[in-house]
Design a binder for this molecule. Structure first.
Ligand SMILES: Cc1ncc(COP(=O)(O)O)c(C=O)c1O
Length: 454
C-alpha cells in the first residue's frame, strides 16, 4: 500500500481537485508506478483530515481519466498504462483564472460530470457508424434535435418539434444567426443588459434600441414609445438585474409583438436554475409563431462545450439552418451525439438536480452573509440563476467593489458598462463557485476592503 505525501491548502478550497492533481502529478512523474495500490479512501481521508467523500471524488476523477483503476475486492491501483496517460486529459487550465469563477454567470466547472460525460462519449465512439462522422446536417444531428425538443417541452414548456430546432454553438451564436436571417434590424434590448452581447448584436447588423427594465422586467410601455421591429429579452431571469418578467408584462410583450408583426428573441440563458418556486415556462411556449427561443448547456454543463439551440417557426428555423450551413457547416458531431446520449440516459436531469441543490445552498449562504454583515447592500434577483445583483450603499464605488471582489476570488462585474445611461452604483456577483462555508469570509473581506472608502 503506497504511503502518500499529499499537501493540501484548505484556504484554496476544491480539496478533491487538489488531491486529484497531486496524485496525477505523482503518477506522471513516476513517483507512483503502475500497479501501486492506493490507501483505502477512509484511511487517506483520516490522514488528510477530510471527509471520505472528498477522497472518493478524487479517486473517481482519476479513474475516469484513466490514471487509476478500481476493482471490487482489490481497491484502487495505479492503472497499467497510467504513466502514458495523454496530457490532453489534464484538466489544469491554460491560464490561471480567479478561483471562484470567470464570469458571474458561469457554473462551477469543478462539478462537471466528467465520468458520465465520458461514458456518453465512449458510447458514441463505440456505436456510431463511420459515416456519422462526415459533415452532418448543419441544423444538428437528428438524435440531438429529438432529445432537445423533448427536454424543452418537458422542462421549459416550449412548443417545439425537432424540425423547429437548430443546434448551434451557444446562445451567442444562436443570436448572431437569427439576426443574419431577420431582415429588419431595429432591435430593442433591455437596459441594462449584457455588455458582452452588444458588440455581437451590432456586428450581426442590429441597430440597438435600449428600453428600461424595472421591478417587473422590461418596461413594455417604454418599448411602445420607441421604434423597434424586434426585442431581445431574458424573461426567466433578466441579465443583469435578475428580475423575472411579470405575468402582466409577458402578456403585454406578446401583445406588442402580435399587433405589429414583430419578433421576440428570448434568451433563456440560465432558466434551469430556479430555486424558490417552480420554473417559469418560456415565452416561446405561449406564442411559438412570434418568439424565437435560444438556450444552451453553458450554465447546466459548461460554456466550453459551445452547444446550444435555437427554436423558431419552421421557415425561420430553416433559414437559420441554411445560414449555419453557409457560415461554418455545423457543430461537432461527436459532442452532439454525446449530449443526445447524456439526455436520453438521464445524466442531464440528474446533474441539474444535484447542481440546483448545491447552488441553492451557496446562494442562501451568500445572501445570509450579506444580510448579516453588509446590511447596507441591497440584494436583488435571487430567485434564479447563478448570480446576484447588488445595489451598493452610498459611497461605495462599483469599480472598486468589483475589483475588491475579484481580489477575493469572487467573479464580479460593475453594472455601469451594461447601462445606456448613468444609474445607481451596482455590481453583479456570481456565487456558483463560492462554497457556502466561504460566504461570510468573502463578505467580511469585501467590507474590510470597502471601509474607509470615500
Ligand atoms: C445573458 C446571457 N446570455 C447569453 C450568454 C451566452 O451564452 P452561451 O454560452 O450559450 O453563448 C451569457 C453568458 O454568460 C449571458 O450572460
Amino acid at each position: 500500500m503506497a504511503d502518500l505525501h499529499i499537501t493540501i491548502n484548505r484556504d484554496k478550497g476544491a480539496i478533491a481537485g487538489q488531491i486529484a492533481s497531486e496524485l496525477r502529478d505523482s503518477i506522471r512523474l513516476g513517483r507512483l508506478t503502475p500497479g501501486t495500490r492506493l490507501p483505502a479512501s477512509r484511511d487517506l481521508a483520516a490522514d488528510l483530515r477530510v471527509s471520505r467523500g472528498v477522497v472518493v471524488e478524487a479517486y473517481e476523477q482519476l479513474v475516469a481519466e484513466g490514471f487509476l483503476i478500481s476493482r471490487v475486492g482489490s481497491g484502487t491501483q495505479v492503472a497499467p498504462a497510467a504513466a502514458r496517460a495523454p496530457a490532453v486529459e489534464d484538466p489544469a487550465p491554460v491560464t490561471r483564472a480567479p478561483y471562484y469563477g470567470h464570469r458571474p454567470t458561469s457554473p462551477d466547472l469543478g462539478h462537471f460530470p466528467r465520468e458520465r460525460w465520458l461514458a456518453s462519449v465512449r458510447h458514441v465512439l463505440a456505436t456510431v457508424p463511420a459515416d456519422a462522422l462526415d459533415y452532418g446536417d448543419p441544423g444538428g444531428v437528428p438524435e440531438l434535435r429529438e432529445e432537445l425538443a423533448g427536454y424543452l417541452r418537458r422542462v421549459r414548456a416550449a412548443d417545439v418539434r425537432p424540425e423547429n430546432l437548430v443546434v448551434v454553438g451557444g446562445v451567442a451564436q444562436g443570436l448572431s444567426l437569427i439576426l443574419h436571417v431577420l431582415t429588419r434590424t431595429a432591435l430593442a434590448v433591455e437596459d441594462p443588459s449584457s455588455h458582452r452581447q452588444a458588440p455581437l448584436l451590432r456586428r450581426a447588423g442590429a441597430q440597438l434600441v435600449p428600453v428600461p427594465v424595472d421591478e417587473q422586467g422590461l418596461d413594455v410601455a417604454a418599448l411602445r414609445a420607441r421604434r423597434a421591429d424586434s426585442v431581445l429579452v431574458t424573461p426567466a431571469h433578466q441579465f443583469p438585474t435578475g428580475v423575472v418578467l411579470s405575468p402582466a408584462r409577458r402578456a403585454a410583450l406578446l401583445e406588442w409583438a402580435r399587433e405589429g408583426d414583430r419578433t421576440i428573441l428570448e434568451d433563456d440563458y440560465d432558466a434551469e436554475f430556479r430555486f424558490d418556486r417552480d420554473p417559469v415556462g418560456c415565452l416561446q411556449g405561449l406564442a411559438p409563431d412570434r418568439v424565437i427561443l435560444s438556450g444552451s448547456v453553458s450554465k447546466a454543463l459548461a460554456p466550453g462545450l459551445r452547444l446550444g439551440w435555437v427554436v423558431a417557426p419552421a421557415h425561420l428555423a430553416d433559414a437559420v439552418r441554411r445560414a449555419r450551413g453557409e457560415l461554418d457547416l455545423g457543430s461537432p458531431v461527436i459532442e452532439q451525439y454525446a449530449l443526445a446520449h447524456f439526455l436520453r440516459t438521464g445524466g442531464y436531469d440528474k446533474h441539474l438536480r444535484r447542481m440546483r441543490r448545491e447552488y441553492h445552498r451557496r446562494r442562501d449562504a451568500l445572501v445570509l452573509a450579506l444580510a448579516e454583515h453588509a446590511p447596507g447592500v441591497r440584494v436583488r434577483g435571487i430567485e434564479a440563476g447563478l448570480h446576484v445583483y447588488l445595489d451598493l450603499p452610498p459611497g461605495w464605488d462599483e469599480d472598486r467593489v468589483a475589483a475588491a471582489a475579484l481580489e477575493l476570488g469572487l467573479s464580479a462585474e460593475a453594472v455601469a458598462p451594461m447601462r445606456s445611461s448613468a444609474g445607481p452604483p451596482a455590481v453583479v456577483v456570481g456565487f456558483a463557485r463560492l462554497p457556502a462555508r466561504k460566504a461570510v469570509e468573502a463578505v467580511l473581506g469585501l467590507k474590510v476592503r470597502m471601509s474607509g472608502q470615500n
